[in-house]
Ligand binder design. Structure first.
Ligand code: SF4
Length: 203
């Protein structure tokens, strides 16, 4: 009876194309298409963390953003999903906020307040999300005291660069997540190709 009703309703409600879509053959084709797409994505989805400010979110200490064309172009990459994070906001800091830099293993804002706790909390939150989404890599804002990788500022607020990682970038690296800056999107893509197309491991 139900089948009869559906058979009557579908032709009335939908056009020829939709009827094909709902037919047994159409459903099978749709399932095949979904599977093919997943295989095209390498049998799984690649989730990559991204600094939110690089996507154009107004989350920087100054209340500004740092939209990056190269990072935005990653959104068009098939099989790649960007997971936006801002460790400083996740650590409970407001926007705008005073700029901060690392010194002697701590993080101080320009007013001299120790912000290490908030920075570490935000970094832990990002790591938790990275594990939840099975991220193997991250593309993070260069030179930030949270997101910077390999190079940060020296704590003098004088624009002096020194070797080192931001608090979040460092924690991610210590947990086996590869970190790339916004100027390294090509390297990121190469890394993703090389590391293979593993399915994301949700917790
Ligand atoms: S903490 Fe990272 S994501 Fe947030 S504004 Fe700073 S650089 Fe951007």
């Amino acid at each position: 009876m139900l089948k009869q009703r559906i058979t009557i309703c579908i032709p009335r409600l939908f056009g020829e194309k939709q009827r094909e879509h709902f037919s047994e053959k159409g459903v099978k084709e749709n399932i095949k298409e979904i599977k093919d797409n997943e295989e095209g994505r390498g049998g799984g989805y690649m989730n990559v963390l991204v600094s939110m400010c690089l996507l154009g979110t107004y989350c920087r200490y100054s209340g500004e953003r740092k939209e990056d064309a190269g990072v935005l172009s990653l959104l068009k990459k098939e099989g790649l999903t960007l997971i936006p994070v801002c460790p400083e906001q996740l650590g409970g800091l407001p926007t705008p906020r005073l700029p901060a830099e690392q010194k002697d293993g701590r993080v101080f804002d320009k007013g001299g307040t120790d912000r290490t706790e908030e920075f570490e909390k935000g970094a832990r939150e990002v790591l938790r999300l990275a594990k939840l989404y099975g991220c193997k890599a991250a593309v993070l804002k260069e030179r930030s005291p949270s997101c910077g990788s390999n190079v940060v500022y020296d704590g003098s607020f004088g624009g002096v660069r020194v070797p080192g990682d931001g608090v979040c970038a460092g924690l991610l690296k210590r947990n086996g997540i590869a970190v790339f800056g916004e100027s390294e999107t090509k390297e990121l893509l190469r890394f993703l190709e090389e590391t293979g197309q593993e399915e994301t491991g949700a917790l």
